[in-house]
Design a protein around this ligand. Structure first.
Ligand code: ADP
Ligand code: MG
Length: 286
């Protein structure tokens, strides 16, 4: 294959391209265009790759802006993404299921996701990464722990604004309800939460996380009948992710523990004469 000859795009074309990108309000592409044209001129970049890079630069900028705006308005607690989730640490999770959820078809179909498992296994991480993926695609998302959401509904009720608050919380395409089960809920709070989930049922997706199995939700909500009705709605169109594994928070402790133990064992080995050495000593003695 003959090497690609350097071509120099005329300055008038460059200016026109810059002008059009500015006119189209594509600052991401505008910032990248000189570098890309330079690489084309140097014969380092094929046309398809150049177009790809130009458009990707704009999409990356737009997604970052969307993410920043969503982080402000959605109350997401941290940036957690699928890329930073270590599947090897949590073998009970089906990677394909999580990856396909991140394609977000479940939001279009108004289905729910329930993440169950003990503390530290990544429930919040995955719930937040789904919300971030949705926000980057321009969907409205909102995050709250169960207690936060109930408190905000109670405050609205006390201020005579319950209908409005319920409408606001029913609106996002994706609502994360985190930490169902860590703290008990009083009866009026449980009723408010039920009302919210009833409104969202078949209208918009909810991601729920809990350290308690469904059989214990009656206890959490202080009402078995209402919990059963709630679970019925939640699981009707639902992706269940049941995580059985160790806490990621504790992994450093367990690594430390293992390191300390092997240190102790090595020291003991060094101090304690090996079986071979003992046998040799015995042989020499005899
Ligand atoms: P949970 O909500 O199940 O109690 P979190 O999602 O809050 O657990 O996880 C605890 C911490 O460990 C978070 O900082 C989270 O980002 C991290 N974490 C958990 N699981 C993983 C994993 N498999 N890979 C990378 N980080 C993880
Ligand atoms: Mg959590």
């Amino acid at each position: 294959m003959s090497p690609r000859l350097p071509q120099h795009s005329p300055p008038s074309h460059r200016d026109a391209i810059r002008g059009m990108l500015a006119d189209l309000k594509m600052p991401g592409s505008l910032e990248a265009v000189d570098g890309i044209l330079g690489e084309i001129d140097g014969g380092k970049l094929a046309a398809t790759e150049a177009i790809n890079r130009l458009l990707s630069a704009q999409i990356t900028l737009r997604n970052n802006r969307r993410l920043q705006a969503a982080m402000r308005s959605s109350r997401l607690p941290a940036v957690k993404t699928l890329e930073t989730f270590d599947f090897s640490f949590q073998p009970s999770i089906k990677r394909e299921q999580i990856e396909s959820l991140h394609e977000l078809g479940f939001i279009d179909r108004k289905e729910n996701v329930v993440l169950l498992g003990p503390p530290g296994v990544g429930k919040t991480h995955l719930a937040v990464s789904l919300a971030i993926a949705a926000a980057q695609r321009g969907r409205r998302v909102y995050y709250g722990t169960l207690i936060d959401l109930i408190t905000s509904l109670e405050e609205a009720q006390a201020a005579g604004q319950l209908r409005r608050r319920l409408a606001v919380l029913s609106h996002p395409a994706l609502l994360v309800v985190d930490e169902i089960g860590y703290l008990p809920v009083n009866h009026s709070g449980a009723v408010l939460f039920f009302q919210l989930m009833n409104r969202r049922y078949e209208n918009a997706s909810t991601v729920l996380t809990s350290n308690k199995g469904f059989e214990e939700w009656g206890e959490v909500l202080g009402d078995d009948v209402m919990a059963a009705a709630l679970i019925d709605r939640v699981v009707h169109h639902c992706h269940l992710v049941n995580i059985r594994g160790n806490s990621y928070r504790m992994r450093e402790h367990s690594e430390l523990h293992r390191a300390l133990r092997s240190d102790v064992e090595n020291t003991a080995e060094a101090v304690r004469p090996s079986r071979k050495a003992k046998m040799a000593a015995n042989r020499n003695r005899s």
